[in-house]
Design a protein around this ligand. Structure first.
Ligand code: F6P
Length: 546
């Protein structure tokens, strides 16, 4: 048994789980009318209601004991002060410095990083203002109307999600496109709609070695040069964001259009850095700074609120409760706001790349589950697709519901429909429908005898399915910043309890290495290396049929 699973706090939770398991949340709400007040936290305009969870006051006490036992508070401080907590890469994880609005110094390797952070923010402001006002024009003197981000993973998902979420703040005359897939279709279908004279490409890559991004960048460059008939055009139509300034220079990017960030920013934590350049271009630097401000507000809360009133801590611990004690394997994220339609995809990388680990910090194989599968879609659409399984399937799927009180598009006929559905779903998941209730409904519909008995089991909902609800005034940059930082810290909390490193991602390397060997084999430019029978069979099939 590991130190964690044999610990007093873990064992206490195991025993407590046996006591809670048979209790229905209906009963919990009946027994305690103050449950909503007890199990909700307000931070600014954000309300976090976690009362529809299979918990009582004792559960929270035991979960926060587990967090304390893991040394969570000191680990939080270690992250904020720039210790090299990403020890397998010998790096700090200082994404919080990128949105540090306090004026406090933050040190990495003995150097205050804040002057560099401010300097790059000013560069982003200067460049984005110039593009947005039309001062920066293309090679032929035309105003930029389209920006195309070429990046993948953290250099795509974060800025893409934010640009979609903050669309109401964008300039109508400036369109943002994101090309990530190395399948030429993604680039080709995007370019079909664009005019080279008015297009600005941003090559976003922390390492500037990523095959997908550099392949897309080379093809985009060739397209631009072909369309504009001049290599010189690249200087006006390409910008780059990277930690690898040598590689951006080698690629031929005008140094004035290069925006730097640093190795202490993890890819999936980088939207707050220059990787956010497409955001600043799309919604303007002031709004980008408001996003940073929202992240900072959540940072301050995370750093200072007591554990049992701390939103990311509670969110992380509830995930552990279901994952490690109830055996839940996945977590749904269901925003009732169309602007958040890429939120779950963004969280997938954040959570699964961070906490998809099987050895602890000492290299021992863990004897408990770590990261959950994260998935989701806008809630109303999900209701007509996969909610059936959440309501009546055999698995417990804890779900996070997100909803703004106000829409940016207030068609009178649509008013309150998303919220009504959001509230109804969490209520239905919690209360369910008993056999007696289902029977009474069928009787009222005139059913009886064998027909009634045959239909009855299909109409029963077990309920007792846990949900969190996040309500906010509206999806503005500040609120979005809070929500993103909240999930970043949730991931951190879980990693601390699980004693794993959330800031590396060695698991993505093996596939990259093998693809590097197989590509020359497919192209006929390399020597065939030994493979298993399946992989060799697939390669042979390609050669026979291509
Ligand atoms: O392959 C995974 C990964 O390394 C992610 O962690 C990262 O966000 C993505 O690739 C893109 O990397 P880069 O920004 O260096 O191109």
């Amino acid at each position: 048994m590991s130190k964690l699973t044999s610990s007093h706090a873990w064992q206490a939770l195991k025993a407590h789980h046996i006591a809670i398991e048979p209790v229905h949340m209906r009963q919990m709400f009946r027994d305690d009318p103050a449950r909503f007040d007890k199990f909700s936290v307000q931070l600014g305009s954000l309300l976090f209601d976690y009362s529809k969870n299979r918990i009582n006051a004792e559960t929270i006490k035991l979960l926060t004991n587990l967090a304390r036992q893991s040394g969570l508070q000191s680990q939080i401080e270690r992250m904020f002060v720039g210790e090299k907590i990403n020890f397998t890469e010998q790096r700090a994880a200082l994404h919080t410095a990128l949105r540090n609005r306090s004026g406090r110094a933050v040190y990495s390797n003995g150097k205050d990083v804040m002057p560099d952070v401010q300097r790059v923010l000013e560069l982003i402001r200067g460049f984005s203002d110039k593009v947005r006002t039309g001062e920066h024009v293309g090679h032929t003197g035309k105003r930029i109307t389209d920006i195309v981000n070429l990046g993948i993973g953290g250099s795509d998902l974060g800025p893409l999600m934010v640009c979609e979420a903050l669309k109401p703040y964008s300039l109508p005359a400036l369109h943002a496109h994101f090309v990530s897939n190395v399948d030429g279709t993604h680039l080709s279908e995007t370019l079909k709609r664009l005019d080279a004279e008015t297009t600005l490409f941003i090559i976003s890559s922390k390492t500037f070695t990523t095959q997908e991004t550099l392949t897309n960048a080379r093809s985009a460059r060739a397209w631009l040069v072909e369309k504009l008939g001049n290599e010189q055009a690249v200087a006006k139509h390409f910008a780059a964001v990277s930690t690898n300034l040598e590689a951006t220079a080698k690629f031929g990017i005008n140094p004035q259009n290069v925006f730097e960030f640093w190795d202490w920013v993890g890819g999936r934590y980088s939207l707050w850095s220059a990787i956010g350049l497409p955001i600043a271009l799309f919604v303007g630097m002031d709004k980008f700074e408001e996003l940073l401000g929202g992240g900072y507000a959540m940072d301050e809360h995370f750093r200072s609120a007591p554990l049992d009133k701390n939103i990311p801590v509670l969110l992380g611990l509830l995930g552990i409760w279901y994952n490690n004690f109830f055996g839940a394997a996945s977590n749904a994220v269901l925003p009732y706001d169309q602007y958040m339609h890429r939120f779950a995809a963004y969280l997938q990388q954040l959570e699964m790349e961070s906490n998809g680990k099987r050895v602890d910090r000492d290299g021992n194989t863990v004897d408990y589950n770590t990261g959950m599968v994260v998935w989701g879609e806008p809630g109303t659409n999900g209701q007509h697709a996969f909610f059936q399984l959440i309501h009546q399937g055999t698995r417990m799927i804890p779900a996070d519901f997100h909803a703004p009180l106000h829409s940016y598009n207030p068609f009178e006929e649509h008013r309150a429909i998303p919220l009504a559905n959001c509230f109804a779903q969490t209520e239905a998941l919690m209360v369910g429908k008993t056999e007696e209730e289902a029977r009474a409904e069928l009787v009222a519909q005139g059913l009886q005898g064998e027909a009634l008995e045959a239909l009855l089991p299909h109409k029963v909902f077990p309920g007792n399915r846990p949900t969190n609800t996040f309500l906010f005034e509206r999806l503005d940059p500040h609120t979005l910043g809070m929500l993103i930082a909240m999930y970043e810290h949730k991931v951190f909390v879980q990693s601390v309890v699980w004693n794993i490193n959330p800031f590396d991602q060695w698991g993505v390397e093996l596939g990259k290495q093998l693809a590097g060997k197989i590509l020359p084999e497919l192209r006929g430019t390399g020597i065939a290396s030994p493979h298993d029978a399946s992989t060799s069979g697939l390669i042979d099939y390609y050669h026979k049929h291509y």
